[in-house]
Design a protein around this ligand. Structure first.
Ligand code: HEC
Ligand code: HEC
Ligand code: HEC
Ligand code: HEC
Length: 356
């Protein structure tokens, strides 16, 4: 079983794309074993992980019922999930899901990527978890916390991952009651290093670093081009097409600028970047503002003032009334807020959210 944490989600959210999830899980069965009771998709683009998975283990005694173990996944809420996902409080989620899992299993194991205090609260406040496997390898956490039992729950921590083998044994007594015991087996120098595994680990690390470097270089390059476009002045501090950019408006409209900076329009490229599609021109058309006829309109890294108010060079040079009046919201907003992107869009109500 693989507990999906918010730390993982940042990297693997794309593997959860709903349209291809079924096919992808056939090719990569580990996806079928991914659990999380408190991460869910809030967009139809992504599939939600299963909240828990029940495994049946056949008994050696053919007549005895198979042993059913439920695995529940829980994660801390920090770091924030990428766009398209939400993370509920792990304790609240456990309260809802544990009773459901209990009905379907003899033994309930929660895999929890949470800090030690949260693991203890889970055991105290949520009845019905038989064993809680909690990771506590945070830097500031104690390096080794021995297993402990709180109310009916055995909490086994996973200290020093890769250097200790953790084992959780489950025993069934004559009355069909279950109990758990955990132990740790340290990997000492007596266990030789596997050269092939070592090579793979080094290569994986290197590939990760390289791809991060590549992405960084692409991003830097793109940002530089945006800046150059902004500075590509024609005449009096003017950009091609009569644009001056939002920072120029800020010189005189500081209050409006600050209000705009606090809207999603200012951060509209974040959604696209988080989806790692920042080089996809089709997204930038609305999230970053670029037209078919490049050079006519500068590239912007946001939904900028002039997207709505129109080119402002003349106004900035001679600031008088009459520029940029928007009498009818609808045509302005609907160029990007289409029935597809914002199905329930109500222009006056939306304006109230971004009013400046
Ligand atoms: C050099 C200062 C300056 C700059 C730069 C500037 N404005 Fe203005 N703007 C003004 C002043 C002053 C007024 C008010 C004019 C009046 O009321 O007579 C104004 C008015 C406006 C109005 C209201 C127009 C009306 O008819 O009531 C809008 C909209 C506006 N500015 C948007 C912008 C945008 C967008 C930018 C950047 C592209 C910008 N301004 C850049 C000074 C500036
Ligand atoms: C026709 C304009 C348009 C295009 C093209 C477009 N978007 Fe959007 N997108 C929007 C609008 C408008 C919203 C805001 C929807 C709302 O809440 O009303 C949005 C919202 C989003 C959100 C959700 C943000 C959130 O936090 O809820 C994501 C993610 C996103 N877009 C990604 C993309 C990606 C990736 C592409 C390119 C493949 C793309 N968009 C192309 C207009 C567009
Ligand atoms: C999403 C579209 C949109 C964006 C982006 C936007 N505005 Fe506006 N702005 C409007 C609308 C709509 C109004 C209200 C109608 C009007 O007064 O024209 C308005 C009104 C204004 C006014 C006049 C307010 C008043 O008191 O009469 C100013 C000045 C202004 N905007 C400046 C800016 C500046 C500066 C930016 C960027 C920092 C900006 N706007 C970004 C849509 C936008
Ligand atoms: C150039 C394209 C564009 C235009 C024009 C535009 N928007 Fe947006 N708007 C977006 C995008 C893209 C997002 C989503 C940003 C994100 O989170 O990625 C968005 C998000 C929003 C949101 C936040 C969604 C929410 O519910 O939190 C509001 C509100 C909004 N727009 C209102 C307006 C209004 C009102 C107008 C017209 C005055 C307008 N927009 C015009 C592209 C645009």
């Amino acid at each position: 079983m693989v507990n999906l944490s918010t730390h993982d989600l940042v990297f693997i959210s794309r593997l959860l794309e709903a349209s291809v999830f079924a096919a992808r899980s056939e090719a990569q069965p580990v996806l079928k074993r991914m659990v999380s009771a408190n991460i869910s998709s809030e967009s139809e683009i992504f599939a939600s992980p299963q909240k828990f998975i029940v495994r049946e283990i056949a008994s050696r005694d053919k007549k005895a019922k198979p042993f059913r173990v439920a695995f529940i996944g829980l994660t801390e809420t920090d770091p924030a999930p990428p766009v398209g996902f939400k993370v509920a409080d792990p304790i609240e989620a456990a309260r809802m899901i544990v009773p459901e899992a209990r009905k379907k299993a003899d033994f309930v194991i929660a895999l929890a990527k949470v800090k030690t205090e949260a693991a203890i609260r889970l055991a105290r406040e949520v009845a019905g978890i038989d064993a809680l496997v909690a990771s506590n390898n945070q830097v500031n956490d104690t390096p080794f916390t021995p297993p402990l039992k709180i109310r009916g729950t055995l909490i086994a921590f996973t200290p020093l991952e890769t250097r200790m083998l953790g084992e959780l044994r489950i025993y069934r007594d004559k009355k069909d009651k279950f109990s758990a015991r955990s132990r740790f087996i340290t990997l000492d120098p007596g266990v030789p290093e596997d050269a092939e595994a070592r090579e793979l680990a080094v290569a994986t690390e290197r590939a990760g670093t390289d791809s991060r470097k590549d992405a960084r270089a692409f991003l830097d390059d793109w940002l530089t081009r945006v800046q150059v476009n902004k500075r590509a002045t024609t005449g009096k501090g003017q950009l091609p097409g009569g644009f001056v950019s939002s920072t120029s408006c800020a010189a005189c409209h500081a209050a409006h600028y600050i209000q705009w900076v606090n809207t999603r329009h200012y951060r509209s490229m974040d959604s696209v970047m988080l989806k790692a599609t920042e080089f996809d021109q089709s997204c930038i058309a609305c999230h970053g503002s670029v037209t078919e006829k490049q050079g006519d309109v500068p590239k912007f890294a946001a939904v900028e003032c002039e997207q709505c108010h129109g080119p402002g060079a003349e106004h900035a040079a001679n600031p008088v009334k009459g520029y940029g009046r928007i009498n009818d919201l609808k045509p302005v907003c609907s160029s990007c807020h289409t029935t597809k992107t914002s199905p329930a869009f109500d222009a006056p109500a939306a304006w109230m959210k971004i009013r400046h």
